[in-house]
Unconditional design. Structure first.
Lengths: 304, 790
């Protein structure tokens, strides 16, 4: 839909009649809601859960940590790992959690005032390896079919991977440049399901496209890491919904709406909780942006 | 059930055959027939055609045509309509005769004459209520966006009709969504009424004669939609002389030619229109922009053939398309409608006549990256219908008929281009086949001199057919991938779902005195097709969904009470109407629904209840040097989506406002003829901002700050208001010269109001709520157009 929005913009701009300006809207304060930021990964010895309270628009900043809470992940097979508060609202677990593939896990939180929150069970799913990492140039992408000028200068990472056949798998990718986390990639197939690629070997790569991920020319020689993470379908829907909130409100956007958390207050299911408990296995691939990995024209497609 | 389709078609064919049979020899009198037009070549509807000797006569139809049967003899016919000088013809009738009349305008004398049979009187004496009429002349007087007179934009100025914003597709009538309007052009339905995302409508003003909008009390002959019927009549070609009409504007031009094929027997019109903004792209220094096409065009034609005094055949055709091709078609996006309809008007005798038609309409779009993938979608409908009118006696006028719609939807088909065939598979949203039938009977009964009753009953019957795989979900569970337990396979032509219902329609007219009438109306409507659209503004990529195994038809019950009063010798009409509408099974969407190429749409759809009520007031002066209207609408439109399951509940099960809800709406439209050559028009529109959802707080997860939206549509945009002006200067001796030219200067959005179309909240880390306000028309828009007629 992004292409369509760009097209519409061109149509309107061509008429020189539309305009955008910034206004201030008066919004009354609302209840402070618990926010759970917990993307737990299996391949690390440092997992972090951040607990906070939502911020009203009348308040400056977002620093409203939820302190002195008990945080642990457990399941019915006796698994349990406890997080400890490292700093205000930041709870860490410093060992590998050793999740078992396909098992379900629940996050538990007891706040300082004794209120218990719990997540619905989240399944730990295996992930596929990244076989290769390439970097596309705007020139290649134009040959590929994107309009000229659609992409700014720079190179755009792309991975080669094999989608596991037989069921609908869902993925998210993170991109790191020289170790800096650029966040979740957002592209045509970033979060994918079996409809498109079930079982297919993706011959020319999953193209990781996000507005912020173009690596400019000066960045050649940088170290780029792509992290491929398995996620559940519900988490996939959650990330999509979060993305649509960020872009919500436009004439051709879906109307903004509450994004449902999988964490709930045990004695009051109607209380709104924000954020999500996400479980992922992950695989990483790191390459330096060097000439032999940069794809500059469509002739690349003829490589057997 | 397999045999139902051919059986119903057989009924239609049999009926048509019977018409042919009955048509052979029932005519006993000679007929005087023809078309009444004005000096500009437009048909004059409801003009009186009266023999001044016997005082007998008739009125012209909506397309200006009339048939007057009488025995041989001498007649002095008077042709008269408000605003025109009467015209007379002496006829010695000994054979069927065609008389086409051109009425000359008589605007200046209007205020001096006693006015009879005008629109106000018609409204006072008609059971019709909740209807609005506009002629193309009225539409052309309204200041136009970029100088292009527009049918849809014009009706949005009428009370009870709104839009979510400038440049939005479609229109909302009395709280109905944009898919609840049946849009007809000469009996053919149109699925998408917009060009350029809603900035222009598909109706070329030069190809239109007049229109009528039914907002309620919808006659029993109309079904298919629950909120309104927009009945547009295409212009009939002149039977005597060739005509040429057109306009040259800043963004588009249009040309219409018409005239006789066989003098007094057959005529044609052919109209074309195209925008040419993209031609300016050729001067861009950017090669990609140079190679970009962005335009729309449409072609209209109408062929008319007066077979004899009792039979008139017409064919109307339309082809329109929006084209966006970026950078030598590396990105392609196009969409459009096309339809063809054959209408046959047949008069059995003075009392019984029929209008039957067969039409095919199609809407499709394509979106694609030329070297990557293509996505197409298509909807088409074949319709056969026959509408009979039987004027039994002075007290009863009967209407009855049948119609049959065969729908075929291909909602979505996405396929990879050659280089990517191994990368992903085709995505095919299953095709849908369905059939919708209706029969109706209505009687307009003149009970007393003061009381007239229109009672109608329509029965609609609907089937959806396979081939289809319908997912079965657990009982007492929300529909989602996790609750799917089975799949039912329906073979081709096997019935997957059947729905039927009675649709009663009543209207009562009580004429209080010669200047005022009281009216009451009730109508129940069923709608078997709904638009799947979860965006604020309708979009060309939206797809229609037919009722099926999972989706029930939409139902509506509307009550209305109205008061009509003629003021100042019936020159001004005052109407006041209040209405209450209740809707069931309105299609709504789960929060954050994913509709894109979704093969199990039922997991994202919800069936809501709706209610809408309001008051509409209008003062209207139709003729004279000064004319126009002032209207005010007070309304409320709400939806309710409640379920025992949270994911199928919106707003905690409480009523929430529809996104097109605008409680206050004021419109002032005025036109003044300063001289015969120079006139000026004005529009002023004020409306409360539409309902939207604001965030109530913000929070950070996944490294980004996210607004938290809570109560759906609890807030609203800033108020909307806009002033438009136009001035028209006609060429010297406009009324007498063959070549008639006129310059129209329009100024749209005179004081450059930045009316908000949407807010997007941004800068969420700040200590206040900042939003980007998008104004699709954020500036003053002057334009100049040269119109001509020959």
């Amino acid at each position: 839909m992004k292409y369509v929005n760009i097209l519409i913009s061109i149509a309107f701009v061509s008429l020189f009649i539309s305009c955008q300006d910034e206004i201030t809207v008066d919004i009354p304060d609302s209840d402070k809601k618990l926010v759970v930021d917990a993307w737990i990964r299996a391949d690390t010895n440092l997992n972090v859960v951040r607990l906070s309270r939502s911020a009203n628009f009348s308040e400056n900043g977002l620093d409203f940590p939820e302190t002195n809470a008990q945080v642990f992940i457990a399941n019915e097979n006796g698994f349990r790992i406890d997080f400890v508060e490292d700093s205000a609202g930041k709870y860490i677990y410093e060992q590998n959690p050793n999740f078992v593939v396909n098992e379900f896990y629940e996050m538990n939180i007891v706040t300082n005032d004794g209120v218990s929150f719990k997540s619905s069970p989240e399944q730990f799913l295996e992930v596929q390896k990244i076989d290769g990492l390439l970097f596309f140039t705007p020139n290649f992408l134009a040959d590929f079919g994107f309009p000229d000028g659609f992409f700014g200068e720079g190179v755009y990472p792309s991975i080669t991977t094999v989608e596991k056949p037989g069921k609908g798998d869902f993925y998210a990718w993170k991109i790191f440049i020289n170790g800096e986390d650029l966040g979740i990639g957002n592209n045509l197939f970033t979060q994918t399901d079996q409809t498109f690629v079930d079982g297919a070997t993706i011959p020319y790569g999953v193209f990781i496209w996000a507005d912020s991920v173009g690596i400019d020319e000066a960045g050649r020689g940088d170290t780029v890491t792509i992290e491929q993470m398995s996620i559940s379908e519900d988490s996939f829907d959650f990330i999509n919904a979060v993305n649509s909130q960020l872009n919500g409100g436009g004439p051709f956007s879906t109307p903004p709406a509450p994004v449902k958390s999988n964490v709930f207050r045990e004695d009051n299911l109607d209380e709104v909780v924000l954020g999500r408990f996400i479980l992922s296995d992950s695989e990483k691939k790191t390459e330096i942006v060097r000439p032999e990995l940069v794809v500059d024209n469509i002739d690349f497609l003829s490589i057997p | 059930m397999l045999n139902e389709v051919p059986m119903i078609k057989q009924v239609v064919l049999t009926t048509l055959s019977l018409l042919v049979f009955f048509s052979s020899g029932l005519a006993q009198n000679f007929a005087i027939s023809g078309v009444v037009k004005d000096a500009d070549g437009y048909e004059v509807a409801y003009a009186s055609v009266k023999d001044t000797i016997s005082k007998k006569g008739t009125y012209t139809n909506e397309d200006g045509s009339y048939i007057f049967n009488a025995p041989a003899g001498k007649y002095v016919l008077e042709f008269q309509s408000l605003g025109y000088a009467p015209s007379y013809r002496v006829v010695f009738l000994s054979a069927n005769t065609t008389i086409n009349i051109v009425l000359e305008a008589q605007a200046l004398e209007l205020e001096e004459v006693v006015i009879e049979n005008n629109e106000v009187e018609q409204k006072l004496n008609s059971t019709e209520m909740s209807t609005e009429e506009l002629t193309v002349e009225e539409i052309k007087k309204i200041p136009a966006f970029l100088g292009e007179p527009d049918v849809i934009k014009s009706i949005q100025l009428l009370p009870g009709v709104t839009t979510v914003g400038e440049g939005a597709t479609g229109f909302n009538v009395r709280g109905g969504n944009i898919d609840q309007n049946l849009i007809l052009a000469d009996n053919a339905s149109i699925y998408s009424s917009s060009h350029l995302f809603g900035f222009f409508s598909v109706f070329n003003p030069d190809a239109v004669s007049d229109l009528k909008l039914y907002k309620g009390s919808i006659p029993a002959r109309f079904g298919e939609r629950v909120s309104s019927v927009l009945d547009v009549h295409q212009r009939t070609g002149d039977f005597e002389r060739y005509t040429l009409d057109g306009g040259i504007g800043v963004v588009s031009s249009r040309l219409t030619v018409g005239g006789p094929i066989i003098k007094d027997k057959a005529s044609f019109t052919l109209s074309g229109r195209r925008t040419y903004v993209d031609q300016f792209f050729r001067f861009s220094p950017d090669e990609a922009v140079q190679n970009t096409d962005a335009f729309f065009y449409d072609l209209n034609t109408k062929l008319s053939y007066i077979v004899n005094e009792n039979n008139v055949l017409t064919f109307t055709g339309y082809l329109g398309r929006d084209e966006f091709n970026l950078d030598n078609e590396s990105f392609v996006f196009n969409w459009g409608n096309r339809f063809g309809v054959v209408n046959w008007e047949h008069k059995f005798n003075d009392k019984l006549k029929v209008n039957s038609s067969i039409s095919h309409t199609n809407y499709d779009y394509t979106l694609g990256f030329a070297s990557f993938f293509n996505w197409t979608s298509q909807i088409s409908t074949l319709t056969e219908k026959a509408d009979f009118v039987y004027e039994a006696n002075e007290k009863h006028t009967l209407g009855f008929g049948i119609n049959n719609n065969n729908h075929h939807f291909r909602p979505g088909f996405a396929s990879p281009a050659e280089d990517f065939e191994d990368s992903f598979e085709d995505v095919i949203v299953p095709q849908e086949w369905s059939m919708e039938n209706g029969v109706y009977l209505q009687d307009e009964m003149k009970v007393t001199d003061k009381l007239t009753v229109l009672a109608g009953l329509r029965f609609s019957f609907y089937n959806s057919f396979g081939q289809a795989d319908e997912v079965v979900y657990e009982d007492n569970a929300p529909k989602n991938a996790g609750t799917a337990i089975d799949t039912l396979r329906f073979n081709r032509n096997e019935v997957t779902a059947t729905y039927a219902g009675l649709e009663p329609r009543f209207s009562f007219l009580y004429k209080i005195d010669s200047l005022s009438s009281l009216k009451f109306g009730y109508n129940r409507n069923l709608q078997y097709l709904q638009l799947v659209s979860n965006t604020t503004s309708g979009f060309p990529l939206d797809v229609w969904k037919a009722a099926d195994y999972h989706s029930k038809p939409l139902k509506s019950n509307q009550f209305a009470v109205g008061y009509v009063r003629g003021l100042f010798n019936n020159q001004i009409e005052l109407t006041a109407e209040t209405y209450f509408k209740v809707l069931r099974d309105v299609q709504d969407y789960k929060n954050n629904a994913d509709l894109f190429l979704n093969t199990t749409l039922e997991t994202e759809l919800l069936e809501a209840r709706g209610r809408s009520y309001g008051l509409e007031l209008m003062l209207r002066k139709r003729k004279g040097k000064f004319n126009g209207w002032l209207s005010y609408t007070l309304s409320r439109t709400e939806l309710l989506t409640k379920s025992e399951f949270e994911e199928e509940t919106i707003n905690n099960g409480n009523w929430y406002k529809a996104s097109w809800h605008k409680p206050h709406d004021v419109t002032f439209v005025a036109s003044y003829d300063f001289t015969k050559r120079f006139s000026s028009s004005l529009n002023f529109v004020y409306a409360t901002g539409r309902a939207i959802t604001f965030p109530d707080s913000r929070y950070e997860i996944l490294g980004v700050v996210i607004p938290n939206y809570s109560t759906r549509n609890a807030d609203r945009l800033s108020d909307y208001h806009r002033l438009d002006l136009s001035a028209t200067l006609k060429s010297k001796n406009y009324d007498t010269k063959k070549w008639k030219g006129s310059w129209v200067l329009s100024i749209y959005n005179v004081y450059a109001r930045r009316n908000a179309f949407s807010y997007t909240f941004s800068n969420l880390g700040e200590g206040s709520a900042q939003a980007e306000r998008l104004s699709l028309l954020g500036t003053i828009l002057p334009s100049i157009t040269y119109n001509f007629k020959f």
